[in-house]
Design a protein around this ligand. Structure first.
Ligand code: HEM
Length: 501
């Protein structure tokens, strides 16, 4: 009896100590400033009801609260960083501490197979194994060269599709949709290494788009209290995941078959991302990835590079239409570098003006305005403020690449700032941070090299083959933005093309 009483007493005392210390650590936290919120929900409804995209809401807060600010989103605390110095302090100087990812919401837990992907994994052995495999076995310069043929095929398909669409519509083509299809074909070929007809490609593409839609955050992700009101949406999530598995597993099995029985599928490529995953050894785990985990890893590969790259192309064409001199200079550079032959990926390395256009493009229009969400591995300081664990740490990229303290006339789209050598910027952030469209530090986008080849090559081929003009051709382009996973043009760009003589 005495021991029971003692245990109960000890329990009550420890609980009281827990409460007191918890309260005092909470009190001591010096979080960055932010707009006052409402009890319980914080700023959640202000954000949800403001009637603007989240990036616009944040952009308007920066002049008032500065380059590091806090938003309370229901039960989640979000800290948003928008200056080069603070991004450097977090991701380079304190890179190891800021290299993790936050807790997932229930939908993302399902699609990431409980954080089994490069982008979602916590900073640790699983992330190291998955990332090392992707970078060394798939995205190294040597590997990239092996997939040259896939890029050539996709570029020819793109030119054919644009030609056919223009012929059927009085010269008019949709830019984003076609660019997206071309890059998706490349990534599909790299990922699965099996031939697919256009119908299958369209089916996979449609499914991936549906996945992106259900991944959009919901109110109950921030206020789990509301989850009883979202049971329909939760059911939909399960259905979409099922459809994703049903669409991709047959492709995975087809590839498995092709490599287990060499010669059985004559159209199979000699190598694919899947080949690196089937028997992948993961630190601290005995088994290789399950089919469901393979679906997650393949989807990450396809999703990471499709919309981002296509978005860059849409903005590139918009900027060329807005400023025809850019297009003329690009075309002249292509002609003087390759003459009449088709421009290929080796040629684009020798085109400084094209490279300057693409860099300016990624400065002015980073395809994602926020890098993926980071989290700290332990409580940390940033810019003198406390950053607790279990906080979403966001980097607002235009805050850096549009900063007048870092750039001259940042609002101007001016490739000459790089071409004429007036300004420089290391896109990897190693020698300094002035723009970070691919993030910087340990979590920097592993697809940076490949994405740069894709954007340069696609733009060069599109300009070599066609003259691009606006529609209606008023010389004005509406550069308003909207968020659709990436930040695309609000009015999807339709351009008028004419085959060059
Ligand atoms: C123009 C094209 C692209 C842009 C602008 C872009 C941008 C980004 C950004 C901003 C991040 C977040 C970095 C961070 O967490 O701090 C990221 C991460 C990532 N990207 Fe890309 N990306 C592009 C293309 C690609 C491609 C082609 C692939 C691969 C097929 C890819 C795969 C990934 C992966 C796996 C991550 C997660 C890295 C990690 O958590 O360690 N991306 N990307």
């Amino acid at each position: 009896m005495a021991s029971l009483l003692f245990t109960a007493f000890a329990f009550v005392i420890s609980f009281l100590i827990f409460l007191v210390t918890r309260k005092s650590t909470c009190k001591k936290l010096n979080l960055p400033p932010g707009p006052p919120g409402q009890p319980l929900v914080g700023n959640l409804f202000q954000v949800a009801r403001c009637g603007k995209p989240f990036f616009q809401y944040v952009r308007e807060l920066i002049p008032e609260y500065g380059p590091i600010l806090t938003l309370k989103m229901g039960t989640r605390t979000m800290i948003i960083i928008s200056s080069a110095e603070l991004a450097r302090e977090a991701l380079i100087e304190k890179g190891q501490i800021f290299a993790s990812r936050p807790r997932e919401n229930p939908t993302r837990t399902i699609f990431s197979c409980n954080k089994f992907s490069v982008n979602a994994a916590l900073y640790g052995p699983l992330w190291r194994s998955l990332r090392r495999n992707m970078v060394q076995n798939m995205l190294s310069a040597a590997r990239l060269r092996e997939f040259r043929r896939a890029r050539e095929v996709a570029m020819e398909k793109l030119i054919e599709r644009l030609t056919a669409e223009a012929a059927a519509n009085g010269g008019l083509v949709w830019v984003l949709k076609n660019a997206r299809f071309a890059v998706f074909c490349i990534l599909l070929a790299m990922c699965f290494g099996i031939e697919m007809d256009e119908e299958t490609i369209e089916k996979v593409d449609q499914m991936m788009k549906t996945v992106l839609i259900v991944l959009d955050p919901r109110l109950d992700d921030y206020l789990p209290l509301l989850s009883p009101f979202f049971s329909k949406q939760r059911k939909r999530v399960q259905e979409v995941r099922k459809r994703q598995i049903e669409t991709l597993v047959p492709l995975i099995e087809k590839r498995r078959d092709a490599i287990q029985n060499p010669g059985s599928d004559r159209t199979a490529a000699s190598f694919s991302y899947l080949d690196t995953l089937f028997d992948l050894k993961i630190e601290g785990r005995k088994s290789s990835p399950t089919n469901s985990e393979l679906v997650t890893l393949c989807s990450e590969f396809l999703n990471g590079g499709t919309d981002t790259t296509a978005t860059a192309i849409e903005w590139a064409v918009a900027r060329m239409i807005e400023n025809p001199a850019i297009q003329t200079r690009l075309y002249d550079e292509i002609k003087s570098t390759v003459g009449v032959k088709r421009v290929d990926e080796k040629d684009v390395e020798k085109m400084p003006y094209l490279n300057a256009v693409v860099k300016e493009l990624l400065r002015k229009h980073p395809p994602t305005y926020f890098s993926l969400t980071h989290a700290v591995t332990e409580q940390a300081k940033l810019g003198g403020y406390d950053i607790p664990t279990d906080t979403n740490v966001e980097f607002f990229l235009p805050g850096i690449s549009d900063d007048p303290k870092v750039w001259s006339e940042p609002e101007k789209f001016d490739p000459d700032r790089f071409f004429a050598g007036r300004e420089e910027a290391d896109i990897t952030g190693v020698t300094g941070v002035k723009m970070m469209p691919f993030g910087i530090g340990r979590r920097i986008c592993p697809g940076l090299g490949m994405a740069t080849v894709h954007v340069n090559l696609m733009l060069a081929r599109m300009v070599q083959e066609f003259e691009w003009a606006g529609y209606p051709d008023s010389g004005k382009v509406d550069l308003s933005e909207k968020l659709e996973f990436t930040v695309v043009m609000k009015n999807s760009l339709r351009a008028k093309i004419k085959a060059r003589a």
